[in-house]
Design a binder for this molecule. Sequence first.
Ligand code: EPU
Length: 424
Amino acid sequence: MTEKIKIRGRQVLDGVVQISGAKNAALPLLAASLLSPETLQLTNVPPLVDVQTMLALLGEMGVKFRVQPTSDYAMSIELQADAVECFIAPYDIVKKMRASILVLGPLLSRFGECCVSLPGGCAIGVRPVDLHLRGMEALGVNISLKDGYISAKAPRGLRGADFNFPSATVTGTENMIMAAVLASGTTVLRNAAKEPEIEDLANCLNQMGADISGHGSSTIEIRGVTGLRAAKHDVLPDRIEAGTYALAAGITNGAVDLIGGDFRRLLPTFLDKITEAGLWVSDVDGGIRVESSGKISAIQVETQPFPGYPTDLQAQMMAMLCMADGESDICETIWENRFLHVAELTRMGADIGVSGAHAHIRGVRHLLGAPVFATDLRASFSLVLAALAADGESILDRVYHLDRGYCAVKKKLAGCGVTVERFR
Ligand code: EPU
């Protein structure tokens, strides 16, 4: 039986949340351990199911690791890939977590071969990896697809190239950076993604001895080196977790101090949008404070690559806008099927119309508690937000989606005076 969360409505979130390390930074950083036989020590790693899945995958390949919890919210992990014998990412693991594709770049860079299961579709969209493969081919990799697996070989090693991404991809950019790090010659990536998690990966790789510049911009240059050394790196704070708790303060008429990162830099458009929606944002020691003004205004939101409004905060923003004064619009431009939470929010009394990539949200005065189920990771928290503000009680099913990307939810909420109950 899967776990559920019981949430009493009409609670006010008021307190301090220590933001954990970012899932989407930790996953490529863990994969980067494959690039060197020396140790990589990562601190501020969030204790999440997706991190466990990546560790299981690396473990099957022969990477040794030691995990030490440093708090309820963080772990330190030391990894060493000095005895990698298996270059296969099996279907069983890739189907659980698409980010498993992140082993493609490092395995090819260091060993010149690998075999990774094709990820297939997932709840939020078709999610092909064609751009990852095109990029690898530009670096001299021979790719063939067989029995649902990508078989990739570079018998003469990888060589630097000039590659222009036809459209920006986050993990595609990360894979190409990791592939190019040990290639011969220089690689230039154009129209690269600019997400802060990519910068974090490149900063760590540079500490390991890589020669990367331009990360954080759309043109990244990687001059190949012959080997990488040991390094220690602190994982970037999770801007999506921070944004999620900011919206929790907004929808419950509360206030929250988000501590642990430079969220003005990490969430520029998001903070503009919540300000437009009537929330107050101010600076506090070590982070920012987000406070309800007692009123939520209707706004227009369009998801965009960084520094635009993040798609990973779309479902949570929609939950808050369900209770706005007036009519809001959300346009989802990144994923073709990321409105699965709409049906569940509607069951709680929300008034939302969807047409293709557009959702039109008419604000309602009250949401009503209901049994709901999580459809994907970010959708799961949007339902927690709606349930906290609703009248009555809600039961959220399929909590495993939440556990993939949010750690210590019960404890972090309790720190802000909000109680939820987990049960089977
Ligand atoms: N795309 C292609 N071909 C490719 C790669 C991507 O067509 O080869 C398309 C995708 O289908 C999508 C768009 O390009 O429509 C953008 O996809 P991208 O590759 O940027 O996404 P991703 O790297 O698979 C990461 C995050 C996602 C986040 C997106 C967008 C990780 C591990 N995952 O995915 O995070 O939504 O970037 O910012 O970094 C989440 O954490 O909940 C999550 C889904």
